[in-house]
Design a protein around this ligand. Structure first.
Ligand code: ADP
Ligand code: MG
Length: 399
């Protein structure tokens, strides 16, 4: 796999007998009694760790967990993560009881070839998020080689993602990071057309930069979710009690004008599923011209689903971010599930899903393994798709 900007894949790095610091994303959800409730992020980084074990590297893992805000808080200890990681690898994982310091240094210097240490939660130290140079140099002093496999934090310039990197002579991308860079960069290059973007979710304000950036590259944008309500209102439709960002109507109008000037197709729902609220036990489908004044639009309707499905079938490149409705509630999940299936059914297209809730929706629809790529980074994938420079990726580039 040839990565852009001269970024080196972990398989190409000299790691035998060397101390390799790997920034991983082990920020997993825990149960009340502090057990790992979803180990997907741990499983995701196993290929990189296994590769390094097989090559006889001395592995130093670093991650954050939650938001301890620069203080040592036992409830944010990586201890349960170390236990689960050791189970999955069927190998010992030594947890240092601090991110840096004499104890951490000792754990690292005791490592033999093929052994694994995990530093305690990097965010126990305020230097991590502040990207403090002193903290970054301490982390770097544990490493001969730096590997980043935490795409989800690549858009943050923290000590472990950016600050420490120039202080380590050799650097590269792990399997997770390399696949993200490979697939997402393809979306920024010469793609097969038509190129369709499906954008939904909660707010226009969250996504307007993403929409603007996509507009320059795609042929068709299909809009759904609460975001569509604001666009439809901007077009003069009455949306009843739906979630509408009244202060974003001119942004929406501008976007629609720019799209039409550029000859791009913008698809908006022609029908919606309406109800009294998220927990309503009744709902109905109405035309976009007939939304009752006392009801809210909570999903796209069947005619809109057909139109978006057709666009997904014709497309040869698809990027999807943002659910089409309140997919967390089965009554309002049909639009989102249909879009997920439409992407999965198109085997001729490059199909990429980005965004935390969108990734959850694709998993919920049971088709996560039938699209080309589901990004592990919510915010990071949206920044990448805008063509922005991510500090964690820029730091890996060979200068
Ligand atoms: P992502 O995390 O994939 O980027 P967002 O965070 O932008 O997606 O949006 C997801 C949220 O948008 C979900 O919680 C979903 O319930 C909500 N949502 C989608 N459609 C609607 C709607 N019509 N009304 C209210 N909320 C909606
Ligand atoms: Mg979200």
């Amino acid at each position: 796999m040839a990565l852009p900007h001269g970024i080196v894949h972990v398989e190409q790095l000299p790691v035998e007998g060397r101390r390799v610091f790997v920034r991983v994303d082990l920020n997993v959800p825990l149960t009340k009694d502090r057990k790992v409730s979803d180990d997907a992020r741990i499983v995701a980084v196993l290929p990189t760790i296994r590769h390094l074990v097989e090559r006889g590297a001395r592995i130093v893992l670093g991650s954050h967990l939650g938001r301890p805000d620069g203080k040592v808080k036992p409830e944010y200890s990586l201890e349960p993560v170390a236990v689960r990681l050791a189970e999955l690898l069927a190998a010992d994982v030594v947890l240092a009881d601090e991110p840096v310091g004499d104890g951490a240094r000792k754990v690292v210097s005791d490592l033999r070839d093929g052994q694994i240490a995990l530093l305690e939660n990097l965010r126990f130290d305020p230097g991590e998020e502040a990207n403090d140079d002193g903290f970054a140099r301490q982390l770097a002093s544990y490493a001969d080689v730096y590997v980043n496999d935490a795409f989800g934090t690549a858009h943050r310039a923290h000590a472990s993602t950016a600050g420490m990197v120039p202080h380590v002579a050799v650097r590269g991308a792990g399997y997770v990071m390399a696949k993200e860079i490979d697939v997402l960069s393809r979306l920024l290059g010469d793609v097969d057309r038509p190129y369709l973007a499906i954008v939904g979710g909660a707010k226009v304000s969250d996504k307007i930069e993403v929409l603007d950036a996509l507009l320059a590259r795609v042929d068709v944008i299909a809009i759904g979710g609460a975001m569509a309500n604001t666009f439809l209102t901007a077009q003069g439709k009455q949306l009843g009690k739906s979630k509408v960002e009244a202060d974003k109507l001119s942004i929406a109008r501008n976007f629609l004008r720019k799209a039409s000037e550029a000859g791009k197709t913008v698809m908006l729902p022609t029908d919606v599923v309406v109800a009294t609220g998220l927990d309503a036990d009744a709902s109905e489908v109405v035309s976009i011209d007939g939304v009752p004044g006392d009801l809210m639009a909570l999903d796209i309707g069947p005619a809109s689903i057909e139109a978006y499905r057709g666009a997904a079938q014709r497309a040869r490149t698809v990027f999807w971010n943002g659910p089409m409705g309140v997919f967390e509630k089965p009554r309002f999940a049909a639009g989102t599930v249909a879009v997920a299936h439409a992407l999965a059914a198109n085997k001729l297209a490059l199909t990429v899903v980005g965004g935390g809730d969108s990734a959850a929706a694709v998993a919920q629809a049971g088709v996560a393994d039938q699209v080309t790529h589901v990004s592990t980074g919510g915010g990071a994938s949206l920044e990448f798709i805008q063509g922005l420079e991510l500090p964690g990726i820029a730091a890996l580039a060979v200068k």
